[in-house]
Design a protein around this ligand. Structure first.
Ligand SMILES: [Mg+2]
Length: 192
């Protein structure tokens, strides 16, 4: 998809400040650890340009949410407290850059041991966000992620979809693909 097409689709969504943005965490905000988990702050590394991208995004959207699968908890590789410590430090740095995240929602379950309704692509965490923030309108929301499960999650909730990475899908309506979060942010900044 060429730049003009992306701009055209973004424009057709009629995005404005009232919209909500849902972000995946690993691979979008911080580097994903392949075959592993960010179990403590020492393993947390922001993606290059993530802070610059989020600074632009935070000015454009009223509400930012992070939706993240953290099965390392269910597997016993980390505790909920470990995760909360990581998020506390991450939020501190984001706030220092004037990036306000309204809330982080995570699924702690190990999909190999139990089924749950909150592990993406299940929509439990999206519904929880809607309960906490009734002003969320999924029609006026974008899900940004780097996994098929992120896109399925957003699609099931009727959100618009942005995939960061090389397009693994064909012919999904309301889906745009960007090489990086910064590229997405710059496109958004160009339309309003
Ligand atoms: Mg991810």
């Amino acid at each position: 998809m060429i730049k003009a097409e992306k701009i055209q689709i973004l424009q057709s969504w009629n995005i404005n400040h009232s919209w909500s943005l849902f972000l995946d965490r690993d691979g979008i905000i911080n580097r994903k650890i392949e075959d592993g988990y960010v179990t403590s702050w020492e393993y947390f590394e922001f993606m290059p340009d993530a802070l610059s991208a989020l600074q632009i995004i935070a000015q454009k959207f009223n509400r930012l949410f992070i939706i993240t699968n953290q099965s390392g908890i269910g597997k016993g590789l980390m505790t909920e407290q470990n995760l909360q410590n990581i998020h506390k430090k991450m939020i501190e740095i984001l706030e220092q850059h004037n990036i306000h995240v309204n809330r982080i929602y995570y699924c702690p379950h190990d999909y190999e041991k139990e089924t749950c309704n909150c592990r993406k692509p299940e929509i439990g965490l999206g519904l929880k966000a809607k309960k906490d923030f009734p002003e969320i309108d999924f029609d006026k929301s974008i899900m940004v992620g780097d996994s098929v499960s992120d896109i399925e999650f957003g699609d099931r909730l009727g959100m618009k979809l942005c995939y960061i990475g090389k397009m693994p899908f064909e012919d999904v309506p309301n889906l745009i693909c960007f090489p990086s979060l910064l590229d997405f942010a710059l496109h958004v900044a160009q339309i309003w």
